[in-house]
Design a protein around this ligand. Sequence first.
Ligand SMILES: Cc1ncc(COP(=O)(O)O)c(C=O)c1O
Length: 439
Amino acid sequence: MIDNNKYPEINISEKLFDIAKGLIPSQTQTLAKGVTQYVQGVAPIFAQSGKGALISDVDGNEYIDYTMGVGPLILGYSYKAVDDAIIEQLKSGITFSLPHKLEVEVAQLIKQVIPNTENVRFSKSGADATSAAVRLARAYTGKKKILCCGYHGWHDWYISVTDRNNGIPKEIENLTFTFDYNNFESVLESIDDDTAAIILEPVTFDKPKDDFLLKLRNICTEKNIVLIFDEMWTGFRIAVGGAQEFFGIKADMALFSKACANGMPISIITGKSEIMNLLEKDVFFYSTFGGEALSLAATKATINEIIDLDVINYIDYIGAKIKSGYNQIANDFGMNYTFAKGYNFRSMVVFDANSHSLMLKSILQQELLRYGILWSGFHNISFAHTAKQVEYTLDAYAACLKIVDEAYRSGSPEKYLKGKPIEPVFRKTSNFNTKPKEK
Ligand SMILES: Cc1ncc(COP(=O)(O)O)c(C=O)c1O
């Protein structure tokens, strides 16, 4: 256990940040990695390197990482088998003037491991995949409206339903509506004759209740609505075959990214051929880097490692330790306003302390930095996290939660924060853009 009690020196990070201000709007390409998600003035801002479950910042500080690139690093940083596959492919080329044979090989592998896959296409980002699926659903059904639940990427069709929707025409906003997870009534209320697709993460942190997923499956079949599983997080984590395998529910399309390639940029669209066949001609979905071979080589190596080394079970075991360990500490301290919830592969620490919640989360993040732990509220477990690192983290949680509780009890937790608190990503996230009731 590091016991020097010091916050990290972040001089080089801050210098780079000064350059980035005025040059790179919001100073990040991924909101979840940006300064608003960390305590500014205390937390590191720029990364230098990573190895296993450890990340080093530009000032040379090393941290156990519980964000893991916001999802992709399922095996850990600099994972040899994947890096070797990338290097091997690099020797013969990255992007070609013809489709590469890896496109066929990886598509075959995906068909083997992801249930209900008849066709496969590749692209680069999660938003590419969700937007292609939405377009396909509209083309297939001849209908326009989309019902969604959760985050699905930056494109117009989705961001229109958030409060950061400047630049998106109102007409687009009127085509996408949200429903509440596990609230089948809210789905029924939103469906109309023009509903083309229901897209959702099959699960985030709350388990499905009362056959929610089955009910969605049935209503979609009944009303000719395309059921799309956004498996950016569940894919290659909840089970090798994702949520369709885990819950035994068949989606019409299932979309993957993040964990597919241990950090290389790729997304995968899978589904029924009667829908995906439309990509043969009438539905346009192509991009220059869609068949880029380093990412395909990384995908093949990553999926093979996940299968061969039973990564899913390992992540479940490590994730259970940290989640239950957190809850035990909070419980022992009588801190009934905080707990960790979710599946073992990815749990989330919640503060339920009204207006203080984000402040308390910020204080916990700040204090964990003194123990060399980079944390933004989640346990994104990788194959590289060891039981020893988890035990160390739980000791650090015990030390830091004492301070958080003291801050909470003081009634003025802001006095304990040495920088700027973490900011919410969206100002409003529930009951947003639900479908207006018919008059
Ligand atoms: C569930 C889900 N869908 C879609 C996306 C968008 O993926 P990308 O950022 O790769 O476009 C994300 C990104 O975090 C996600 O978590």
